[in-house]
Ligand binder design. Structure first.
Ligand code: HEM
Ligand code: HEM
Length: 138
C-alpha cells in the first residue's frame, strides 16, 4: 500500500471515532448547531470520503492498468483534505461562538480545492482497460 492510501485510511479511522463521540453527545444534547454539521462532515468528508480516497488511490490505477497520474498531487490532496476539514470544524465553532464565518469560508474553499485535486488525478489516471484477448469461459 502507498503512504497516501495508508494515511487516508488512518485519517478516516480517526475522524470516524471523533464523529461517533459527537454523535453520541447529540443523542443527549440534541442536534444542536454547530455540533450537527461537525458530526455530519466528520462522517461524510472525514470517515467516508477519506476511506474512499484511500481505497481509490490503491485500486483505481490497478483496475485501469496505469500508474497514478501524479503522486505529488495526491500528497497535496492528502494535506488539503485534512487541513480543510479540521479548519471547517474550527470554522463552525468560530461561527457559533462569535468569530464570524470567515474561517469556515476559507477552509471550505481549501476542502473544495482538495476535492478538485482528487477528481483531476482520477480523471487523468482512469482509462478503459485493454480488451481481454480470450473470452471468459462459462
Ligand atoms: C455512533 C455512530 C453515530 C451516532 C451516535 C450518531 C448520532 C446522530 C445524532 C444524534 C444525530 C442528530 C439526529 C437528529 O436530528 O435528531 C445525527 C445526525 C446525523 N448523522 Fe449521525 N450518528 C452516528 C453515525 C453516523 C454516520 C456513520 C453517518 C454517515 C456516514 C452519520 C450521518 C449523520 C447525518 C448526515 C446527520 C444529519 C441528518 C440531518 O440533517 O438531520 N451519522 N447523528
Ligand atoms: C467542500 C466540501 C463541503 C463543504 C464546504 C460543505 C459545507 C456545508 C455547509 C456550510 C453546510 C450547512 C451546515 C449548517 O450550517 O447547518 C452543509 C450541510 C450539509 N452537508 Fe456539506 N459540505 C461539503 C461536503 C459535503 C459532502 C461530501 C457531503 C456528503 C457526502 C455533505 C453533506 C452535507 C449534509 C447532509 C448537510 C446537511 C446536514 C447538516 O446540517 O449537517 N457535505 N455542508
Amino acid at each position: 500500500m502507498s503512504n497516501i492510501t495508508v494515511w487516508f485510511i488512518k485519517s478516516a479511522m480517526v475522524y470516524f471515532v471523533l464523529a461517533m463521540f459527537v454523535g453520541i453527545s447529540m443523542t443527549v444534547a440534541g442536534p444542536l448547531y454547530p455540533y450537527k454539521p461537525i458530526h455530519t462532515h466528520l462522517n461524510l468528508l472525514g470517515w467516508m470520503s477519506m476511506m474512499i480516497y484511500g481505497v481509490s488511490y490503491h485500486i483505481l490505477p490497478r483496475f485501469s492498468g496505469e500508474p497514478l497520474w501524479s503522486d505529488r498531487l495526491a500528497t497535496i490532496h492528502l494535506w488539503t483534505a485534512n487541513i480543510g476539514l479540521i479548519g471547517m470544524i474550527a470554522g463552525w465553532m468560530a461561527a457559533e461562538f462569535g468569530g464570524g464565518i470567515t474561517v469556515l469560508h476559507i477552509f471550505s474553499l481549501i476542502e473544495g480545492l482538495s476535492v478538485m485535486f482528487f477528481v483531476t488525478n482520477m480523471f487523468m489516471t482512469v482509462k478503459a482497460a485493454p480488451a481481454m484477448k480470450k473470452p471468459m469461459s462459462k
